[in-house]
Design a protein around this ligand. Structure first.
Ligand code: CMC
Length: 432
């Protein structure tokens, strides 16, 4: 962050009095008015529902420009990173701030291998969830429980962060795969040290005693790409949750567990599951696109086209573009034909040419095609948001770390404008 010497301060006039507020520039020309002294100077707060205009922090992790459709991690364009890196390289980049050299990469890989198992006692937890328990509920509980099994984090969190980050990144994959195996009643498949991060996950998900699973490089490549595309997205709902919870001094595991719960929502990470459910509904309704487009446009109907629109991107979602291509490639290589893909393509075409969607800058976001790829990989719909969490984890860790290290970091505590009853006398129960 730099405050340009030549940048004039912003002036604000309230009740006839003028106040000066510093202007702050980011490295990619983000501009902000620093209102840190506003309340103290003027007695006023700001009102910004949904934080549409509020930067909650400065950050050097992820940059995105919603108008131009740009996304970069630590300065590297998402298009290049998604093409040339594997997920754990990107995880290292986000957490450590630079791409790993060969030694750092090897050490990180070794840590991931070492930490791949979860404590055997934790495996009993899975048995006590009802059979149809949502995988996101299980994931958040299991991740929170890690704080009891690996409490060394609490003594000096930043000193042990490298190990804790690797532990979390490795274990969340095992927890996710075990959640699935338990839900279908199959024996657990333990992590294998000879497999890479994504291959290991797929093997733990799909290997069976009588039907050994073959890890296909195309599947590994597609999964790497999906996880990379989800790895960070600056101050979105779940990341802000992780930072807010962390700002109270809460340990990394529990802060991440809170983020998992925020991600679960259908307006956020839960959208990938909602997309496939919506496509199935349209398919089962005789491919009646018009009915659902009309519903989405009807303001009295709560229905929205899942996988369309974004709070920040107003031209296109660069992740959506990469995912669409990856989706076409994977389905071709695996020779999979999915009727839902045809519906998705058709829906996109109709929506992109409809005035309602054009005027509101609504176009497919990252979640629109990711579900089709997950289906092609064999991942069940109710695990889609868990997949998002696996991808987003390194971003959450990096953001939590940044928040903890911030010398100006304070406990998050927004203000409000009270609009309730004015002060009034208490009425005893007998007189109410
Ligand atoms: N279908 C139909 N109308 C929509 C949609 C949609 N998917 N999204 C927004 N609109 C309309 C909305 O009704 C409003 O119309 P009007 O101006 O007439 O009131 C206008 O577009 C602006 O929408 P908004 O709700 O004010 O926009 P927002 O920035 O608050 O919400 C959003 C962004 C992503 C929550 C929203 O577009 C949405 O609910 N999309 C569907 C869910 C989804 O795909 N979420 C995943 C987001 S990407 C993954 C992630 O990073 O979490």
């Amino acid at each position: 962050m730099s405050k340009e010497k030549s940048a004039p301060d912003a002036t604000l006039t309230v009740e006839g009095k003028t106040y000066s507020l510093p202007v702050v520039f980011g490295t990619e020309n983000d501009r902000a008015i620093d209102i840190g002294t506003l309340l103290q100077q003027t007695g006023y707060t700001t009102l910004d529902p949904g934080y549409k205009n509020t930067a909650s922090c400065t950050s050097d992790i992820t940059f995105l420009d919603g108008k131009e459709g740009i996304l970069s991690y630590r300065g590297y364009a998402i298009e290049e990173i998604a093409e040339k890196c594997v997920f754990i390289e990107v995880a290292f980049l986000l957490v450590h701030g630079h791409l790993p050299n060969p030694t750092e990469y090897e050490n990180f890989r070794q840590l991931l291998k070492r930490f791949a198992l979860i404590h055997e006692d934790m495996i009993h937890f899975f048995d006590h969830f009802p059979p149809n328990a949502p995988p996101m509920a299980i994931l958040s509980v299991m991740v929170n429980s890690l704080s009891s099994y690996y409490p060394e984090m609490s003594d000096d969190p930043l000193k042990t962060l490298d190990a804790t980050a690797a532990r979390l990144i490795s274990k969340i994959r095992t927890i996710a795969a075990f959640t699935y195996k338990k839900s279908v009643g199959h024996p657990l498949v333990y992590p294998r040290p000879d497999l890479n991060y994504c291959g290991n996950f797929l093997n733990m998900m799909f290997d069976k005693p009588v039907h050994p699973y073959t890890v296909r490089p195309e599947a590994v490549a597609a999964l790497n790409k999906l996880l990379i595309l989800h790895a960070d997205h600056e101050q979105n709902c779940s990341t802000s949750t992780v930072r807010l919870v962390g700002s109270a001094g809460v340990n990394l595991y529990s802060s991440i567990s809170a983020g998992i719960n925020a991600l679960w929502g259908p307006l956020h990470g839960g959208a990938n599951e909602a997309v496939v459910t919506m496509l199935e509904t349209i398919h089962n309704d005789g491919d009646n696109f018009k009915k659902y487009i009309d519903k989405a446009k009807d303001r009295s109907d709560p229905f929205k086209l899942s996988g369309f629109g974004h709070r920040v991107y107003k031209t296109f979602d660069p992740r959506g573009k990469i995912i669409k291509e990856a989706c076409d490639d994977l389905l071709e290589v695996l020779n999979v034909s999915d009727p839902l893909l045809d519906i998705a393509r058709r829906l996109e075409e109709i929506a992109l040419n409809d005035q309602y969607f054009v005027e509101r800058n609504l176009f497919p976001n990252v979640d629109f095609y990711s579900g089709i790829i997950y289906r092609a990989l064999g991942i069940p719909t109710n695990m889609f948001t868990v997949m998002f969490a696996l991808g987003r984890l390194p971003g959450w860790i990096a953001q939590w770390k940044e928040q903890q290290e911030d010398p100006n970091g304070k406990i998050g505590r927004p203000r409000q404008v009270y609009i309730g009853e004015p002060s009034r006398p208490f009425v005893p129960m007998s007189k109410r």
